[in-house]
Design a protein around this ligand. Structure first.
Ligand code: FPP
Length: 263
């Protein structure tokens, strides 16, 4: 005889039935504070945070989220103490090796956005291998933002457009939102529906600046290492209570005439 569904399972079922966002981005904040509050070194917070990455990825996949983008290391994080940067890089390497089988077995495509050339070889090599080996997977895109910055991404896109114009391949007057989006690292991903930031801070911190133009923002109190299935489900339930209006009126939305912008 099967046991009755737990409250978490019931909530998960309910969230799934109501329709999940296609693309969720997460600012995984609070690892350091979580560790410090327990008298541990900051790296232990990042290590526990890797378990949250695993758990949230599993739930997102089960729920049918199409794309999950995780802010794992910002362009600005290089300025942290060398020991912390090295520890984070080592954790990333471990993650890419340990999670490889699960990612492949679950039809997940692993990708990365950011200035990937800045990553050390011992991260870049397992990352590229997994990107290549999972390239044909169709279940969900798990995108790691590594050495990522939204401003850096926009500057790069502007530079690529300018170079195309200089080569005569693009008229400046032809530059529009679609052209610019094509030059973002996130090109090909669905529009970003929801951004979650953990640990109580309410900032965007250079994460997906262009893409978040019409995203819903949900701020969770839990620090990232404590952000597990129930906290993730609560954020999705909060998203489902929101009304997305894309600049139109509530009456228009309820009448079903909203024409969502591409981002
Ligand atoms: C922010 O917390 C978190 C980071 C800078 C790193 C996030 C990395 C992980 C979750 C682990 C490795 C990633 C993967 C994909 C396996 P913080 O250190 O700024 O926290 P604080 O604000 O409390 O100091």
């Amino acid at each position: 005889m099967s046991s009755p569904a737990s409250p978490d399972e019931l909530l998960e079922q309910q969230v799934k039935e109501r329709g999940v966002p296609r693309h969720v981005g997460i600012i995984m904040d609070g690892n350091g504070r979580w560790a410090e509050e327990r008298g541990l070194v900051r790296l232990e917070g990042h290590r526990e945070g890797s378990s949250s990455v695993r758990e949230v990825t599993r739930v997102a996949r089960r729920l049918g989220v199409s794309a999950l983008t995780l802010y794992a290391f910002s362009s600005q994080n290089w300025a942290r103490p060398a020991e912390e940067v090295a520890g984070l890089m080592e954790l990333l390497r471990e993650y890419l090796e340990k999670e490889r089988a699960e990612i492949l077995d679950n039809n997940i495509r692993l990708d990365a956005i950011g200035e990937l050339d800045r990553l050390p070889r011992y991260v870049r090599a397992p990352l590229d291998r997994l990107r290549e080996d999972s390239a044909g997977n169709t279940g969900m895109v798990l995108s790691l933002a590594l050495s990522y910055g939204g401003r850096e991404e926009l500057v790069r896109a502007a530079r690529l457009l300018a170079e195309a114009a200089v080569r005569g391949e693009l008229k400046p007057a032809a530059v529009n939102e679609e052209q610019l989006e094509r030059h973002l690292w996130t090109n090909g991903l669905p529009p970003l529906d929801l951004v979650i930031r953990t640990s109580g801070e309410q900032r965007i911190s250079n994460f997906l600046l262009w893409q978040a133009a019409y995203s819903e923002l949900v701020f969770a109190e839990e620090p990232w290492p404590a952000f597990r299935t129930p906290a993730f489900l609560a954020c999705l339930a909060e998203y489902q209570r929101r009304e997305r209006r894309y600049g139109q009126t509530s009456a228009q939305v309820r009448g079903g005439v909203v024409d969502p912008t591409p981002s």
